[in-house]
Every structure is written in C-alpha cells, then in structure tokens.
Write a protein that binds this ligand. Sequence first.
Ligand code: TXE
Length: 482
Amino acid sequence: MSDLQFFGHIIDNEEVDSLGGERFDVWNPWTREVWAQAADGMAADADRAVASARRAFDEGPWPRLGRVERGKAIHRLADLMEARTDDLARMDSTNMAKPFEQAKHDVARSVWNFRFFADHQRDHCGETFPMDSGHHTYSEFGPAGVVAAISPWNFPLMMASWKIAPAIAWGNTCIIKPSEDTPASVTLLGRLAVEAGFPPGVLNVLNGHGAPAGSSLTGDDRVDRVTFTGSSSTGKLVMASAATHLAPVSLELGGKGANIVFEDADLDNAVYWAVEAIFRNAGQICLAGSRLFVHRSIAEEFLRRFVSAAEALTIGDPFDPATRFSSLASKRHFEKVVSYVESARLLGGTVLTGGVADDGSWIVRPTIVTDLPLDASPYCEEIFGPVCVVNVFDTEAEAVHLANDTRYGLNAMLFTENLSRAHRVASALRAGTVWVNCFFIRDLRTPFGGVGDSGVGREGGNFSREFFTEPKAVVMQIDRKG
Ligand code: TXE
C-alpha cells in the first residue's frame, strides 16, 4: 500500500475521488520526488461540483444567511487557518519549494483576505441617493450566483484565497480549481471549510488539469462568474469559454514589471527592493520587477551592489530557516526558465551573475543580465523566474518610455527621493499598480489587476464587490409631485 498522501475533490462537504478513479502524481520540486497523489477531475467531476454549487446557491442557506452570520462563518474559517498555519505552509513549501518562512507569510495574507472580505461585505453593502424629483434611490449588491475560480501554482493558497474570500463573502457559492502543480494547500483549505461548518456546496474544490477540469468549469452555463489567474494565453481561452454563456470574467495574467531607479534614489533601499522584486519566490511572481532601468550616472555602483546582494541570498532546502531562495516549482517550469537564460546569452546578453545550478536540481540561481537588445525574447516575454534584465537610461522621459514599451501592464516600481517626480512618473506609468520606494505592499481596498496582456478587470475592496455581485437600483417614491 502506498504511503503517499492523497488530495481528493471536496464536493458537497465530502472528500471524494474522481468518479472514474483518475489520479495524478504531485511532485516535490526540491527532492524531485512524487510525494502525493490528487484526484484528476474529468468533465463528469466538474459537472458534479457545479451541480453542488448551483444547488447550494439556489436552495441552500448561504446566500440567505445574512451578512453578520456569513461574516462569522468566514472568520471561523480564518481562525482555523491561523491555527493550522504551519500545516498549510508546509503544503506549499513541499509542493513548490517555497521557503517555509515565506509560505507562513502567505498563510497570514490568506487569512487576512478572508477576514477583510468577511467585514467588507457587511460595511459596504449599499448606497442611498436622495433625488430632487421626490424620490430616493438606493443600490443593492446581491450575490451573482456560482463562481468558478481557477488559480495558479506560484502562490497556491494565497491566490486561491484572494478569489474564494470575496466570492463567498458576497453570498456566492464557489468551485475552486487549484493548479495541477499545487493541489495540496487548497484541498486542506477545503477540509477546513467543512470543519468551520460551511453548508455543503458553498466551497467545492475540484482538482485536476486545465483541460478537462478547468475548461469544463469555465464553459458551464450554470456558472455565473469566472475568475482566473494564470498565463495570458490561457486567459484568452478562459475568456472565450466564458463568453459562450456570457459569464463575466476577471483575469489576472502575466507581467513584465518595470523597476526604475533614478539617480537620486536611496540606493540601499533600491537594492533591497530590487532583490525582493525579482528573487522573492524565485521570481515566480506576476508582479516581479523583471525589467530594471537604472540611471546611467549610478549604474555601475547600483549593479555592483545588486549583484553582490543577489549572490548573498542563501539558496537551499525550503525548510531550512536560513533559506531565502530555493528551486523552481516544477521541472517543466525549470526548463522554461533555463531556455530563457540560454537565449539571453545567445542574443548577446551579458550574464553578470546566476545561471543554472548544474547540480541536477531544479534551481536557477539569481540571475542578472545586461546588454540585451530590446526586442530579445528574455527582455520582452514573461520569464516568471529569477532573471532580471537591466538597462540604463539618461532622462526621465526615456525611463517612462522604456517602462511602458511592453504588452504587459500589471505593475511598476520607481525609486526616487524627489516627490514631484515620484507623482509625475507614477501617473505616467501604464500599470495597474505602481510602487514608489517599495514593493509588494497591498491594501485590500485598492484595485488590483492589469492592463493589456496583464488582464481584464480589477479586484479588491469595492472592485471585488462589483464583480462578485449583481448590483441593483431600487427607486422609491417619497412625494407624489404634480
Ligand atoms: O499557466 P496556465 P501555467 C505564467 C507564467 C508561467 C506560464 C505558464 O509565465 O510560466 O504562465 O504557467 C488552469 N481552462 N503564469 O502553465 O496554463 C491551470 O490548470 C481553464 C503567470 O501554470 O495559465 C491552472 O490552474 N483553466 C501567472 C491555471 O489555469 C485552465 C501564474 C494556470 O495555468 C486551462 C501562473 C483552460 N483551458 C502562470 N488551461 C500569474 N499571473 O501570476 C490551464 N488552466
């Protein structure tokens, strides 16, 4: 008998195998061994999960529970997550080689996602407008229905919680399909939702691959909303599939974030954040600062410090407390990143530090490349790994032009001590989020999303409310006039 752990689907509060018994292997990228198996969802399993969520929405208590009771249930789930922080973090660290301390930080952020939306739906549930015509009108935000949520492998728990939390807080029922690379933490989350007393069908977990599991969800006309985080190419498929039944989509896709370091930047701060922005999570972050532009007058000094900080990162076992950087999340992804490093060399780039570890592991060391032509694929395309491409600039206008010259537009960063320039450049950058003198700080009330190939729509605070509800206007006559 196998001693591998098993992650089933969670449908109607039961953890079940696929109807046909299909399973797939789950890898530990650090040991390069299979450590678990997961149920491989087929169309029939997706059908079962959607039917459960539909029933829970149409007939179950959740959408009718009242905002306070719903909020309390979500806080109960958040309490359980907090109590099981180490277990949840262990799942992500084992499943994708995320350093354990960072994985615990992700759990804390996931807990906060639930707590924030549990409270937000209570406090921002309508608006009233007195009208000069003798009426008043108010808006009401009712749940939209069944939400299909598809999440990626780079922040397995956190990205899933970012979708599930607003969906269920606003009274919807939800099916989450985690990435096939990282089914573990989301399945544990589903088990905790059962323990928290969620009614059956409110949160279903469907494990499996993009097709058929994910595509069966997005194409199902019983689904009312589709929220997806992943690649731009898959995002287009998801949008086309949801369009067959006119379900609104929210797509958070890739990025090629610009990081601009002006000549008056606080260099210690700029180097610290430049390292975080491209090497945290081994660069597997849609928000990574993967294109760095530094003013010519400080380029030499900046690069000396940046390279030395990159080389100082402790690389190793994700469970070693000293580790800041570990292997890439899967063999497939390792091969993708390696191919970009090779093309950077072939296309004339100078690799100042980094490259493949060459020890049989799936590690690509923190890599910094200069001298790449602006049409080279490692400069233009999302690598989604620890590879930073550096260019110099001479003027503010040139920096803004370089930063905006991309198909993507998820985020950008800039480092300067000049307040006017900070505001001016932040406003000129074509990106969903701009960080000034920092990185990765999020307030859940603000919009999150991107332009161009980085996505469609925004989530966060009232932006999530708009997406996950059906807003309604009610007009009341107060005085009969005339
Ligand atoms: O992404 P996919 P992959 C980028 C990053 C990475 C590349 C490929 O550059 O190297 O995408 O990663 C599900 N219908 N990002 O292959 O295919 C799939 O099962 C419905 C950036 O993992 O987009 C998984 O759950 N669902 C990104 C999810 O979509 C489908 C995060 C993402 O898979 C589907 C991840 C289909 N037809 C990758 N096909 C970010 N924005 O942070 C796949 N899926």
